[in-house]
Ligand binder design. Structure first.
Ligand SMILES: NC(=O)c1ccc[n+]([C@@H]2O[C@H](COP(=O)([O-])OP(=O)(O)OC[C@H]3O[C@@H](n4cnc5c(N)ncnc54)[C@H](OP(=O)(O)O)[C@@H]3O)[C@@H](O)[C@H]2O)c1
Length: 280
């Protein structure tokens, strides 16, 4: 199992990353109860070797990016690759609406730069394809921003293989972020396509929003490795494919410390196969 992944532009990161979505308030809306604690979850990740962090303008909105900026400013020497997203708007707690108007995507790229305190975005993912605009309009605008140097690489989120192939005709696509975890593997075809083409596959809900912190089989196997079930669920993803970059989300420093050590668990093939049965 490779512990690192190299993007097509040569940037190498540790495969086990971190996702900021759990940091804002309930329903991913408004501020965290404790902004300092939110930033300290991120500095804990960075201090333990995490150098791939996923975020989005729509988390909060913007609060997650502000906590990430705070953490990055506390660790100026850390070489962290930030992956952010544009294309989803927010109207309230748990409400998400795609908007793919090119002018809006461009504005959000600028607002990501402001809120993250960065002069370029290492990886910009289209959060959702908006059916009200053509793919050429949406990916074309991101390609223009790439030409201008504001975006280094382009990724997609929640797409089919057909959509991924269509987007690749407009601009190079280096990553795809789809829902995928041990018990939810509807997008195996997208993962297989990503693996065959050296595209990063970033599974969201890697812990099934915490559900994979429980479960009998997981608990039994976890006990063998003196580990927690959440760590085993992450270790399974890491073993499944070297293009998988899990980005578990947590608002807890203790959970973050636990999640990071999942990369040190080497699951036996028998345990990997037994766990795979949970998703059948
Ligand atoms: N592209 C998309 O459309 C999309 C959609 C959703 C998410 N994402 C990205 O994917 C990332 C991961 O998804 P997610 O955060 O929604 O779900 P997740 O990582 O599957 O699960 C997060 C949940 O698991 C709990 N948890 C985390 N570590 C744990 C541990 N060691 N033990 C017990 N419970 C633990 C967290 O609670 P605590 O806070 O209490 O630890 C939280 O409730 C997000 O942060 C975001 O960056 C992308």
């Amino acid at each position: 199992m490779q512990k690192t992944f190299t993007f097509k532009n040569g940037k190498t990161i540790h495969r086990l990353g971190y996702g900021t979505m759990q940091l804002p308030g309930k329903g991913i809306w408004g501020p965290a109860a404790d902004a300092k604690q939110a930033a300290s979850v991120i500095t804990t990740a960075i201090d333990n070797g995490v150098n791939f962090i996923d975020t989005a303008d729509s988390y909060g909105p913007f609060y997650a990016n502000l906590y990430l900026r705070d953490a990055l400013q506390q660790r100026p020497d850390a070489d962290v690759m930030v992956a952010t997203k544009v294309g989803l708007t927010r109207q309230g707690p748990d409400i998400w609406t795609p908007v793919g108007a090119p002018a809006y995507l461009r504005q959000q790229v600028e607002l990501n730069l402001f809120s993250l305190g960065l002069d370029h975005l290492d990886l910009l993912q289209l959060h959702r394809i908006d059916p009200n605009y053509t793919l050429e309009e949406q990916i074309g605008e991101l390609a223009a921003l790439q030409q201008e140097g504001k975006i280094k690489q382009i990724g997609l989120s929640q797409v089919s293989v057909a959509e991924l192939k269509a987007a690749q005709k407009i601009a190079p696509i280096v990553s795809v972020q789809n829902r995928y975890n041990l018990i939810d593997r509807a997008d195996e075809d997208v993962l297989d396509y990503a693996e065959a083409n050296g595209i990063a596959f970033i599974p969201w809900f890697p812990l099934a929003t915490g559900k994979l912190a429980q479960g009998e089989t997981l608990q039994q196997i976890a006990a063998k490795y003196h580990a927690q079930p959440a760590q085993i669920a992450l270790a399974w993803l890491l073993k499944r494919s070297d293009v998988i970059l899990p980005i578990p989300g947590t608002s807890s420093v203790d959970h973050e410390k636990q999640n990071i050590t999942a990369q040190d668990i080497d699951l036996s093939q028998a345990d990997f196969d037994a766990l795979a049965q949970l998703g059948k």
